[in-house]
Design a binder for this molecule. Structure first.
Ligand code: UDP
Length: 262
């Protein structure tokens, strides 16, 4: 697969053309942004970790019948994905109230929701990705009702699966954001999950300590973002103890006492 010209550059990823117009190459950058691009930094190795974590999650989702754009990982930073037209809505699913929900409605941080809450935001950085209702989506024809019904069902399936997957490795899935895209199959428009699912797009808390293992470490200036993403990758069994994703700190080899044979 040959890499073609840059088609689009977002905050954390770049999309390149491939030599087959059905596919594009998704490149994960190390850039971290928060608060609608007002806080920025480069986090050495983040792109590599998100590429691996998202590959793992989308593969698992595909195995349980949740169609998505991933074809295969090409290298440390890139994936071959199906070319889709991204629907201009960010779909947010929440299990525990935190972040913008608590600020907007005065809900206490950490409130466990009785059932998952779905929210829609218009994908528009200039407007700060405003929250929109089903009525807005239909009135402005951002989606057809059938598409929205199908996506709502998929969101619940994705949430169920991810909650179980993370719970199994001692992580609470607090909330997450996903995107969907349209593509044509046999002359018919179809919909599939696209973009990425990673600690950049999910809130992940350790079950015992509630330690944040996601981008909130950057948003809130808690530090150790890469270590937290590595922890997620390690628990998901993607990364093994001796990772070379980031050069490990040099530690002087310890002298080993060798017992003389008696
Ligand atoms: N989220 C995201 N991209 C966005 C906005 C939100 O991936 O542009 C994710 C975020 O990481 C969290 C969930 O969506 O897992 C809900 O985010 P919230 O609305 O609380 O956003 P905040 O403004 O607090 O980041």
């Amino acid at each position: 697969m040959k890499k073609g010209k840059k088609l689009y550059e977002g905050k954390a990823k770049i999309i390149f053309a491939s030599n087959d117009k059905k596919y594009v190459i998704q490149h994960f950058k190390d850039d971290a942004t928060a608060f609608n691009n007002q806080k920025k930094a480069v986090m050495d190795g983040k792109g590599i970790l998100n590429n691996r974590i998202s590959e793992h999650i989308l593969t698992q989702l595909n195995n349980v019948g949740i169609k998505n754009h991933l074809v295969k990982r090409l290298n440390m930073r890139e994936q071959l994905v199906q070319h889709v037209e991204i629907i201009p809505i960010e779909f947010i699913v929440r299990n525990i109230a935190t972040g913008s929900l608590t600020k907007r409605l005065g809900i206490e941080d950490g409130t466990v929701l009785d059932s998952p809450l779905i929210e829609y935001c218009l994908k528009d950085d200039d407007l700060g990705d405003p929250l929109v209702s089903t009525e807005h989506i239909l009135a402005f024809k951002w989606m057809e009702i059938d598409e929205l019904n199908l996506i709502n069902k998929e969101l619940n399936r994705i949430n169920d699966f991810l909650q179980g997957m993370f719970r199994g490795v001692g992580i609470k899935l607090v909330d997450f954001k996903v995107e969907f895209g349209r593509y044509e199959k046999n002359g018919k428009k179809e919909i599939m999950l696209a973009d990425e699912i990673s600690p950049d797009t999910c809130r992940l808390w350790d079950v015992n300590s509630d330690k944040k293992l996601d981008k909130d470490r950057f948003r809130k200036g808690l530090g150790n973002l890469i270590e937290a993403y590595q922890e997620v990758a390690r628990r998901l069994d993607i990364l093994h103890e001796q990772s070379n994703i980031r050069p490990l700190k040099y530690t002087k080899p310890q002298a080993v006492k060798i017992k003389k044979k008696q």
